[in-house]
Design a protein around this ligand. Sequence first.
Ligand code: AHR
Length: 329
Amino acid sequence: MRRNLTAAVLTGVLAVTALAGCGDSGGDDAGSSDNGDGKITLGFSQVGAESGWRTANTKSIQESATAAGIDLKFFDAQGKQENQITAIRNFITQKVDVIAFSPVVTSGWDPVLKEAKDAGIPVILTDRAVDSTDTSLYQTFIGSDFVEEGKKAGDWLVKEYEGKTDPVNVVELQGTTGSAPAIDRQKGFADAIAANPNIKIVKSQTGDFKRADGKTVMEQFLQSTPDIDVLYAHNDDMGLGAIEAIEAAGKVPGKDIKIITVDAVKDGMTALAAGKINFIVECSPLLGPQLMELAKKADAGETLEKRVLTVETTFTQEQAKTELPNRKY
Ligand code: AHR
């Protein structure tokens, strides 16, 4: 399915140049998918670099492409949907063999996905879902079950307070507004605690999956809400930022305020092992090897399973101490 380029090469060069300002992080930006070596060309549009998880995810994709002999055109959208749409349009113009992307938010993708479909280029969703009802617009979606992650976080909390009837005040740091992990982690958690009327989410606000924002929002929570028992942060980075705010307020993270996060990156696991976080739900960023396998199959015209789930676990403080030396990201 390698495609020959002629005029599209020039168009592609112009399009890629236009996009350079929105974060080309080092992929092949020559503007042509046909480099004459018969390799599959994969255009990948990344969300950004908002968290340790994202950095590990980018590394996994770049290293796996090299290992698989795939020519990767990588673009960092810097957290903006419009940049991702522009990148995907450029990939179409360049006639790449396969397009993959991790959508910043769930909605608004149908027009550009239709353009890819009309151009005959298979699309693979990685990490995050879209809300398109026409599932023929993409070949497969590889990534975590975010609702399940939120449920695991809520189940741990319910167990932690089992048999107690005193009020448990929870503050929630949400991920990027409108993103699949923020929507689903909120839902899974809310469902899990629903049968326990004493456990209440008293404040919930986005920290955009960023450490600095997690700190700022937690400072506001601490000022407005004196009796916080638990923090549920949709990722480690926001939890780590919040820990700084909690310590600055003279409280002990992990004791005065229990903390649950999602991801299990090295920094998060270090804080968990040190007793500053109480429980982490794993979300694996190591999607690269599977993505390359799927890209090869899609390029060969094979029908892919519509959903490829990532296998994940959870960590307590004791488990983090054992796992930490092996943690690669
Ligand atoms: O989509 C996965 C989420 O995005 C990670 O949990 C978070 O850290 C990242 O920014």
